[in-house]
Design a protein around this ligand. Structure first.
Ligand code: HEC
Length: 274
């Protein structure tokens, strides 16, 4: 009895400070000053919204989008029934079509953040299918198709403010973003907030706003598709930091924070990145 109560008190203390909407406004004001010519929707382009030369080659590559095969494969996978005759569409609202902009969701029953990738695997497990690798391969294809059906829809993630656990999850995701780590002792914010728009070696640093809207993505560096959490892991490696595994609580809470910041930015996934 004592432990859960104690735990709840900690959660309450943690979430007392949480004000997602105020954070969102503050962040947007910051970027508005930094990049006065950008509209909210432009942030979906990531670094290409800031770097006109890189944008030209990005647009050229997208004339024959390298994610296309994965998208087609994803459509087939999504529509192929499981061995028990049921399918992905039976697990989701609106049969899984045009719902990606609502994820991550807050799962009230389990008291945790449910990302679209996790919902896909939960669906498989419920139907006695094996879990997919969370970083690449089949899951990236299925997510490519699902997000494609949400293209141009504005991200609309909800944080139920009457649930202290949801606020705590958000707050943990935010704290994770600002926490310095790794041998270089950088936080995500060091690069994507403080130094957004500046150059780091050959790369211009993109703003965090809109960071989730283009994933999964075909990265030229990988030569294949990858998920958002694979990209998170890549950024940890750049600063030589220990990395939580894809779809761990930490990274799901991080995605919850980032995606809430991106509310109103259109879904542009699947996309292409250097
Ligand atoms: C040393 C600087 C640095 C740090 C620290 C860093 N990143 Fe990155 N990140 C980059 C670079 C460089 C890219 C590729 C160019 C770009 O989009 O900014 C990138 C790209 C990304 C992208 C893809 C954006 C898109 O639209 O394609 C995401 C998402 C991301 N980072 C998240 C994170 C998260 C989360 C953290 C903290 C765990 C983090 N980054 C820490 C440098 C950094």
């Amino acid at each position: 009895m004592r432990i859960p109560l104690f735990f709840l008190l900690i959660l309450a203390a943690f979430s007392a400070k949480a004000d997602p909407l105020a954070d969102q406004q503050q962040l947007r004001q910051y970027y508005k000053k930094l990049f006065p010519s950008l509209k909210l929707a432009d942030y979906a382009q990531g670094v290409y919204a800031l770097d006109p030369i890189a944008k030209q080659s990005w647009l050229a590559i997208n004339e024959f989008p390298p994610y296309e095969p994965a998208l087609e494969q994803g459509k087939i996978l999504f529509n192929t029934p499981f061995k028990n005759g049921r399918g992905y569409k039976d697990c989701f609202e609106n049969q899984g079509i045009a719902i990606a902009q609502l994820y991550p969701l807050w799962d009230k029953e389990k008291g945790e953040v449910l990302t679209l990738a996790k919902a896909v695997n939960d669906c498989r497990l419920k139907n006695d299918e094996s879990e997919l690798n969370y970083e690449k391969g089949e899951i990236a294809a299925v997510l490519a198709y699902m997000t494609f059906t949400s293209r141009e829809k504005e991200i609309a993630v909800k944080i139920p403010v009457d649930d202290v656990r949801a606020l705590a999850a958000y707050q943990q995701g935010k704290a994770y973003y600002y926490q310095r780590r790794g041998q270089l002792n950088f936080s995500c914010a060091t690069c994507h907030i403080e130094n957004a728009g500046k150059r780091l070696r050959a790369e211009v640093l993109s703003p965090l706003l809109g960071h989730t809207s283009s994933w999964p993505t075909y990265r030229l560096k990988w030569g294949e598709m990858g998920t958002l959490h694979r990209r998170f892991i890549g950024c940890h490696q750049q600063i030589r930091a220990e990395t939580p595994i894809a779809q761990s609580v930490e990274l799901r809470n991080l995605e919850y924070f980032l995606t809430f910041m991106a509310n109103g930015v259109p879904v542009t996934a699947p996309s292409t990145r250097k």
